[in-house]
Design a protein around this ligand. Structure first.
Ligand code: DP6
Length: 343
């Protein structure tokens, strides 16, 4: 075989209903829902050749050979083997870079695993002489790399995890949920307030593991599934108040779960709490429909409708910059999902 190559870009996503707790193999304990972002992306090229050596994966991050990422990608490729039986017969060079600064503390696994999965689906097409990209296959392979990555495939909003009340929802891959988006939620914005540039003190994978013995886990998985329906109704009806209530409740629940695990983790910094208080105050005073959500770390995501953008940017500059590491804020919004890059 001649050398084949594929080049894709995939975005990060921000969960509104959080995935926190999983079973083998990468099966979520509850349904999750996320907004797909536009500016926080990974661009990944995979070069694929016949295998000569024992070691079949090398990774180049931002141009430099990077051994640290190899084990995670090796594991993903092993899990993908039933879907792409040829995968062990080839050798892969993975070249990847992120649009967001390395120092931002933003997890890149969702965007990078999704971009890798898209490259593999494209290589599969090239081998089988097929044209159409199979988004479900990309999402399923991305999930095997990192659970949340499976939601990055689709534009604007995606749902992952089987839910008895959501048609077509399933544990293997995410589904497009654009049919739930009222005009009020189109082009929604997310300004990411960078509080710390430190690596996470607990990896998501270890965090999911802690849910096995968390005393609140059963109640949590049930309430997440209930919140999915409440959130989808809010999105469908253009109801900002319910959206805000559910989204903030989910964010705080995620952190409460970490605080009540053994061992426990406190992932807020003082600045995270100061920012949250300012957001609540500002919402109360101005009635602007903005709200916060959090990942498994100290950074705060500020979510708001696009027509409030100027006003909210002004608020960030005047009131929130002071709490951000190096005044760093990444302004993002809903985006397109996975896309091929012309070579
Ligand atoms: C808090 O997808 O990073 O961001 O499947 O172990 O790779 P693995 O975990 P990961 O977990 C993400 C957790 C979260 C919430 C979410 O994105 O739903």
């Amino acid at each position: 075989m001649n050398t084949l190559q594929a080049y894709f870009k995939a975005p990060s996503n921000i969960a509104l209903i959080k995935y926190w707790g999983k079973r083998e193999i990468q099966i979520p304990e509850n349904t999750s829902i996320s907004f797909t972002l536009k500016n926080c992306v990974s661009k990944t090229k995979i070069i694929c050749k016949n295998r000569n050596a024992d070691k079949n994966i090398s990774v180049f991050f931002e141009g430099k050979n990077n051994e640290k990422f190899v084990p995670k990608i090796e594991k993903m490729f092993q899990l993908i083997k039933p879907l792409l039986p040829w995968i062990n017969d080839y050798e892969f060079e993975v070249h990847t870079e992120n649009s967001f600064p390395h120092s931002s503390g933003i997890a890149s696994s969702a965007s990078s695993m999704c971009a890798i999965a898209a490259c593999l689906a494209d290589l599969n097409n090239q081998m089988l002489k097929k044209n159409e990209l199979n988004l479900n296959l990309i999402s399923e392979m991305a999930r095997l790399g990192s659970g949340s990555a499976c939601r990055s495939v689709f534009p604007n909003i995606a749902i992952w995890g089987k839910h008895s009340k959501i048609p077509f929802s399933n544990d293997n891959y995410a589904i497009d949920a654009n049919n739930f988006l009222h005009e009020n939620f189109k082009n929604y914005c997310d300004s990411i307030l960078i509080v710390s540039n430190k690596e996470k003190s607990v990896s998501s994978t270890a965090g999911h593991g802690l849910m096995k013995n968390n005393p609140f886990s059963k109640v949590r998985f049930q309430s997440a599934n209930e919140n999915c329906i409440l959130l989808l109704n809010a999105l469908k009806n253009g109801d900002y108040n319910s959206f805000i209530e559910i989204t903030e409740h989910e964010a705080l629940t995620l952190h409460a779960l970490m605080m009540t695990s053994t061992p426990s983790f406190m992932l807020f910094e003082a600045e995270s709490i100061a920012i949250i208080k300012k957001i609540l105050e500002y919402r109360n005073e101005t009635k602007t429909p903005l709200c916060f959500t959090l990942d498994a770390g100290p950074n705060v995501h500020l979510l708001y409708p696009k027509n409030y953008k100027e006003k909210v940017h002004e608020f960030i500059k005047n009131e929130l910059f002071q709490f951000c590491y190096n005044n760093e804020v990444i302004h993002d919004e809903m985006g397109n999902g996975v896309e091929a890059i012309q070579q």
